[in-house]
Design a protein around this ligand. Structure first.
Ligand SMILES: C[S@@+](CC[C@H](N)C(=O)[O-])C[C@H]1O[C@@H](n2cnc3c(N)ncnc32)[C@H](O)[C@@H]1O
Length: 221
């Protein structure tokens, strides 16, 4: 899978290459391409934003540099083109499963007051929001989407890591413990140390139900 990120701030993506995603890129399981939209502006002063028609605060990203960048990275429109936007559909785990089926994702990061509507109308398939709040730019949302999708690319994580985790069956995950057995008077539940896998599975299922009931009862409806 290839993920192309279009941004005016490519330097913001360094953290994406740490940890598991970075390893997947190094091992060629996943390709991440960060493209500077400014490289595609036809403005002689390299401008990519301008004042909004109709007045109002802030600047708007111009359609031309965005359009040219998208045409360059996805000339035949084979990719799923996504604009990260607070106006988009709220990102959820079921959307991750759909996106991982795409061979190529193009993630457009807005900034300032957003992007010229014509860039969205002409080039974007889908708008995704990472929650009901407004960030300064689409760079963090693009990293959220890229990170979530990358976990499900074949070979990035072991298949066991992806089952029974939060949201996999509309449940939150059961509590996890590691060594030592006792920490500040709190002990790891005995069943987890019993070696009885049927009992462990039963305990985990019950705990997952309890966690979900307590913290996210909406998931059980
Ligand atoms: C300051 S915001 C623009 C907000 C816009 N003026 C509005 O009121 O809807 C700048 C950029 O950040 C990104 N952004 C902000 N909040 C976001 C969110 N919750 N989800 C996804 N992208 C977001 C978008 O790419 C947006 O173009």
């Amino acid at each position: 899978m290839k993920i192309t990120i279009l941004t005016l701030f490519p330097e913001m993506f360094t953290p994406l290459y740490g940890s598991i995603v970075g390893r997947a890129v190094k091992e060629n399981k996943l390709q991440i391409e960060v493209v500077n939209i400014r490289d595609y502006t036809e403005d002689k002063h390299l401008k990519c934003d301008d004042y909004p028609f109709g007045g109002g605060a802030g600047m708007v990203m111009m359609a031309q540099p965005i359009g040219s960048a998208i045409e360059a990275v996805d000339p035949e429109h084979r990719a799923r083109r996504i604009y990260l936007s607070p106006k988009g559909k709220t990102f959820r785990q079921d959307m991750v499963y759909a996106l991982v089926e795409c061979e190529h994702l193009v993630l457009l990061c807005g900034h300032y007051e957003g992007v010229d509507q014509r860039a969205i109308d002409l080039y974007i398939d889908e708008e995704i929001s990472i929650g009901d709040y407004v960030l300064t730019g689409g760079e963090l949302p693009a990293m959220v989407v890229a990170d979530c999708v990358a976990r499900y690319v074949d070979g990035v994580l072991s298949p066991e890591s992806l089952v029974q985790e939060s949201f996999s069956e509309n449940l939150l995950e059961y509590p996890q413990y590691t060594r030592p057995v006792e920490y500040k008077g709190l002990t790891v539940p005995e069943v987890l140390r019993s070696g009885n896998h049927a009992e462990i599975d039963k305990w985990r299922r019950n705990q997952a139900l309890k966690e979900t009931q307590k913290k996210r009862p909406d998931l059980l409806k």
